[in-house]
Design a protein around this ligand. Structure first.
Ligand code: NAP
Length: 354
């Protein structure tokens, strides 16, 4: 079975599950180094099954290089054309550098991504702006548009924007191909406003965190909170999200419910959690982190069944009984002093440049 695809922009199709590569970056794993030979094996197997699109970022230290190395292997095997591997990277200028960002700086970062990735163009560049108070956001998105005209970028997108600031870009005449946001059974913030705006403006949503760093899987069913030691930086974040949404008790009840529903379709909790988000309005793709080859076969299982309305309603009724995170997507993460902001690294792009 081949991956289901979504037409993100006219003529540009991506699989509905993208291979997330933050997991590959230096410092993401908290319990020792990853087995990169196994991850390369996963990349081959994913590509073989149609999951040929990689979500990465200029600031995921080592990730663009690793994907580039994979592409170099494919090239060396003589069995590769440029479109065979699609790249959705990000442009995330450092917080401390925001006021100095100009066209030349932007081009240097894009060129660095191209070089690392062994690509002559980037399929999608997702733009992130750490601080809306610092002027230059619209101009910087404009620089990406100039680079699009130069052929270095196919599509300009955004990540972690709220509705009002996305609207500012759109109103400035910048065509945005997609909007990446955290969206999961624990974090329904896109549903407040962003999703409707995106739908009305033909901007598909790309969602990350649909598995909450792996917490939405059988591995954690029945576990006590005190037994949990986060294995990744993602999990540090998603533990905060669980604390402020379902709480541990509600989270365990959700896992039990998802397990019961998964049994109707002979799949696992992770397939139910991902499919539920993929079936929400305007959702094009989910980004699922890859850190080994263990879950390769799981992606296709997401598309092996059709949800009944009853099961979807049952999940919705359950999560509606718990508090949603406050604010718009990434609002807590932008709030000075918040625990969400305090765990983020906002100045690693320049470090990487030098
Ligand atoms: N735009 C942004 O600001 C932003 C922020 C965060 C992430 N992202 C993107 O989204 C990607 C996903 O990151 P995330 O932090 O949200 O992680 P995630 O995808 O929610 O979770 C990934 C983890 O779940 C486990 N897993 C993967 N497939 C599974 C399956 N089928 N069943 C059970 N467990 C499975 C794996 O851990 P084990 O192998 O250990 O089981 C994996 O490391 C990132 O790599 C990145 O590309 C973007």
């Amino acid at each position: 079975m081949k991956a289901e695809t979504y037409e993100l922009a006219p003529g540009y199709y991506a699989p509905r599950v993208l291979n997330g590569c933050w997991q590959l970056s230096l410092g993401h794993s908290l319990n020792g180094p990853l087995d990169f030979a196994d991850i390369r094996k996963a990349f081959y197997a994913l590509k073989e099954r149609g999951f040929n699109t990689f979500d990465c970022a200029d600031i995921y230290t080592g990730a663009e290089e690793f994907i580039g190395d994979f592409i170099a292997h494919l090239q060396a095997e003589g069995n590769y054309q440029e479109g065979d591997v699609q790249i959705h990277t990000k442009y995330v200028p450092d917080l401390e550098y925001l006021s100095k960002v100009d066209f030349d700086f932007t081009e240097s970062i894009i060129d660095r991504s191209l070089e690392r990735l062994h690509k002559s163009y980037l399929d999608v560049v997702q733009f992130h702006w750490w601080d809306y108070e610092v002027p230059g956001m619209i101009e910087t998105a404009g620089y990406l548009k100039e680079l699009q005209k130069k052929g270095k970028i196919k599509h300009v997108s955004v990540t972690n924007f709220d509705t009002d600031h996305l609207k500012m870009l759109v109103d400035a005449g910048i065509t945005i191909a997609s909007c990446q946001a955290q969206y999961s059974l624990f974090d329904l913030r896109p549903e407040k406003k962003l999703q409707t705006y995106c739908k009305e403006n033909n901007i598909p949503l790309i969602c990350y965190g649909t598995l909450a760093g792996g917490f939405l899987s059988e591995k954690y069913l029945g576990k006590k909170e005190e037994e949990i030691k986060p294995e990744t930086r993602s999990q540090v974040k998603y533990l905060q999200v669980i604390e402020d949404s379902l709480g541990w008790d509600g989270y365990q009840k959700l896992l039990a419910l998802l397990k019961e529903i998964a049994s109707h379709y002979n799949v696992g909790i992770s397939q139910i959690a991902t499919k539920f988000i993929l079936e929400q309005e305007d959702v094009a793709c989910a980004v699922i982190g890859v850190r080994n080859s263990r879950h390769v076969e799981d992606n296709n299982r997401i598309f092996s069944f059709q949800f009944t309305e009853e099961d979807k309603k049952c999940i919705r009724a359950f999560i509606d009984g718990y508090p949603n995170l406050p604010g718009e997507p990434f609002e807590l993460e932008r709030t000075i002093g918040s625990k969400y902001r305090n765990i983020m690294h906002m100045n690693i792009n320049e470090e990487e440049q030098s």
